[in-house]
Design a protein around this ligand. Structure first.
Ligand code: COA
Length: 260
C-alpha cells in the first residue's frame, strides 16, 4: 500500500484505520477507496484482529465523496466504478467477521456517514455534525445511505435527513439511535479503544457469530438497493441540477435548481 491517505495500525488485537486527508476534511477519493478495500482484505484474513476501529484526522471524520473526482466521471464510469466500488467496499466492512466501531469527530457527512453506517457501532464526539448533504448538490446518497439509514433510524427520520440535507447534532443522533454514545471530544479515542478492548477480551468466535446473527435478523441492504442506487446515482449526477450544484460548491455560492 503506497498511500498515506488511509492508515492501518495494530495495537494488540485491535486494528485502527485512520482517514488521513485532513486538508480536504478526509473527502474520499479513489486512492482512499482502494486503500480501504485492500485493508478490508487484510483484516478479513487476519484472525488475530478482534475489533476494527475507524477514525478520521483533523476537523472531520469524513465529509463524503470527493466532489472534484466524481464530478469529472462519465455517467457510465460513475455507475460502474464510483457507486459500485463504494457499495462493494463499504459492504466489506459491514461483513468483516470482526466488530467495526466508527469513532466520529467533527463533520460526518455523505459518504463519510455511509462509511460510519457500515460499522457495527458508532461513537460520536460532542460537537459532531452529521448529515446527508447530497440533495444540496442535486445528487443522491449513493453508497447505501438510502438503504442503511432507514434501518437504523426508521424511514421517517431518514427521509427528514436525506430530503433536507440538514445537519443533526451528536446528541440528536444518539436520541435517534444513529450513534451509540456521545463522549467529550478529548476522550473519543480513549473511549473507542476502551470499548474495543472490552469486546476484544470476549470469546472472539462467539462475538463474531453474534454479529452475523444480528445482521441476518436485520438486513441493511438488499441487492436491489445496490442496483437502484447505482442507476439513480448515475442519473442524478448528470442532471443540469447536479451540474449547478457542483458549480455552486466550487464557487462557494448557493445553487439555483430548476428541476432539470
Ligand atoms: N470533496 C472534495 N473536497 C472537499 C469536500 C468534498 N466533499 N468537502 C470539503 N472539501 C475541501 C474543500 O474544497 C477545501 O479544499 P481547499 O482548501 O483546497 O479549497 C477543504 O476541503 C476544506 O473545506 P472548506 O469548505 O474550506 O471548509 P469549511 O469548514 O468552510 O466547510 C464543510 C466545511 C464540510 C461544511 C464544507 O466543506 C462542505 O459543505 N463540503 C461538502 C460536503 C458534501 O457535500 N459532501 C457530500 C459529497 S457527495
Amino acid at each position: 500500500m503506497t498511500t498515506d491517505l488511509v492508515q492501518l495500525t495494530y495495537k494488540g488485537s485491535v486494528a485502527t484505520i485512520v482517514l488521513n486527508r485532513a486538508d480536504k476534511l478526509n473527502a474520499l477519493n479513489a486512492e482512499m477507496l482502494t486503500a480501504l478495500e485492500t485493508y478490508a482484505d487484510e483484516l478479513d484474513r487476519n484472525h488475530d484482529v478482534r475489533v476494527v476501529l475507524l477514525a478520521g484526522t483533523g476537523r472531520a471524520f469524513c465529509v463524503g465523496a470527493d466532489i472534484y473526482e466524481w464530478s469529472d466521471l462519465t455517467p457510465l464510469e460513475m455507475g460502474r466504478r464510483w457507486i459500485r466500488d463504494g457499495h462493494r467496499i463499504f459492504a466489506r466492512y459491514a461483513r468483516l467477521p470482526q466488530p467495526v466501531i466508527a469513532a466520529l469527530n467533527g463533520y460526518t457527512f455523505g459518504g463519510g456517514l455511509e462509511l460510519a453506517l457500515a460499522a457495527d457501532l458508532r461513537l460520536a464526539a460532542e460537537g459532531v455534525e452529521l448529515s446527508f448533504p447530497e440533495v444540496k448538490l442535486g445528487i443522491i446518497p449513493g453508497w447505501a445511505g438510502t438503504q442503511r439509514l432507514p434501518q437504523l433510524v426508521g424511514p421517517s427520520r431518514a427521509k427528514q435527513m436525506i430530503f433536507s440535507g440538514d445537519r443533526i447534532s451528536a446528541e440528536q443522533a444518539e436520541m435517534w439511535g444513529l450513534v451509540n454514545e456521545v463522549v467529550p471530544a478529548d476522550q473519543l479515542a480513549a473511549r473507542a479503544l476502551d470499548l474495543a478492548n472490552s469486546i476484544a477480551a470476549n470469546g472472539p468466535v462467539a462475538v463474531q457469530m453474534t454479529k452475523q446473527l444480528i445482521d441476518a435478523a436485520t438486513p441493511a441492504s438488499s441487492d436491489n438497493g445496490v442496483v437502484l442506487e447505482t442507476l439513480a446515482g448515475s442519473l442524478a449526477a448528470y442532471t443540469a441540477d447536479a451540474e449547478e450544484g457542483v458549480s455552486a460548491f466550487r464557487q462557494r455560492r448557493q445553487p439555483k435548481f430548476t428541476g432539470r
